[in-house]
Design a protein around this ligand. Structure first.
Ligand code: DC
Length: 230
């Protein structure tokens, strides 16, 4: 049995994809790739270099610089997962800001940006056991992934979760703002022309509105054992 399977985890924002993915990657000793952080990093780059909002002219300039923007992940032993670096600078904290969150979905609609990201994601995963989470992992990046999971939860439950994360971090933002941001990202993600967020035919759907993370981990570990002997 080939132990190096690819696990693709897709789903709506704030459904706990990255928590589940990190846990499975640690369990299997696999590489974890947070593809959303790559779109966030590019959005952050576009913001700090004054490319946003995009228009026909600066989009052409952005196309030219994109290949030279260096994105990579470096494993942080203390945290137990990889952090994202933009041109050798750790931007893990910066990419989680509300400003980046408000712009990332529109940046992620641009086809040449998606193409570039998909190529990088495929390169990162060559011959490795990988758990990757995002929106198009099971449909576009790894249509042949051995295990595909699709996570969902009600918008209110997700906004509640995201809001309490912000509160813990000391970020001042109200629940309504978080809920609106989530709703508009859901719409952007699922209605874009290129690689919309859809459930792959062979994905296992998990609605975790009322499921704990432990329940989900238990469920997936059982699949890994029964189906892949892992
Ligand atoms: O998972 P996240 O919230 O950090 O993702 C940020 C945004 O990036 C999300 O609104 C949609 C986009 N994204 C995408 O289009 N494709 C992916 N594979 C991952 C994220």
């Amino acid at each position: 049995m080939n132990k190096n399977i690819i696990i693709a985890i897709d789903g709506f924002a704030s459904t706990g994809k990255s928590t589940l993915a990190k846990c499975l990657a640690n369990y299997l000793n696999y590489t974890y790739v947070d593809s959303g952080s790559m779109y966030r990093a590019i959005t952050y780059y576009a913001l700090v270099n004054n490319y946003l909002p995009f228009n026909n002219r600066n989009l052409k300039d952005f196309f030219k610089v994109l290949a030279d923007v260096k994105l990579n992940f470096i494993f942080n032993e203390n945290l137990g997962f990889s952090e994202i670096y933009l041109n050798n600078i750790n931007i893990e904290k910066e990419i989680r800001s509300i400003l980046v969150s408000n712009h990332v979905s529109s940046v992620a609609t641009i086809s040449f940006i998606r193409k570039h990201m998909v190529n990088l994601q495929k390169e990162m995963s060559l011959n490795k056991g990988v758990v990757m989470d995002g929106r198009d992992i099971g449909t576009v990046v790894f249509p042949n992934a051995e295990l595909k999971l699709f996570l969902n939860a009600s918008a209110e439950v997700r906004a509640e979760r995201r809001h309490s994360e912000y509160v813990k971090q000391g970020v001042k933002v109200n629940y309504e703002e978080v809920l609106n941001n989530l709703r508009s990202r859901d719409l952007d993600d699922s209605s874009r022309t290129d690689s919309p967020l859809i459930v792959a035919d062979d994905a296992i759907e998990i609605d975790n509105s009322f499921l704990s993370m432990e329940d989900q981990i238990f469920f997936v570990k059982k699949i890994l054992k029964d189906k892949f002997n892992l």
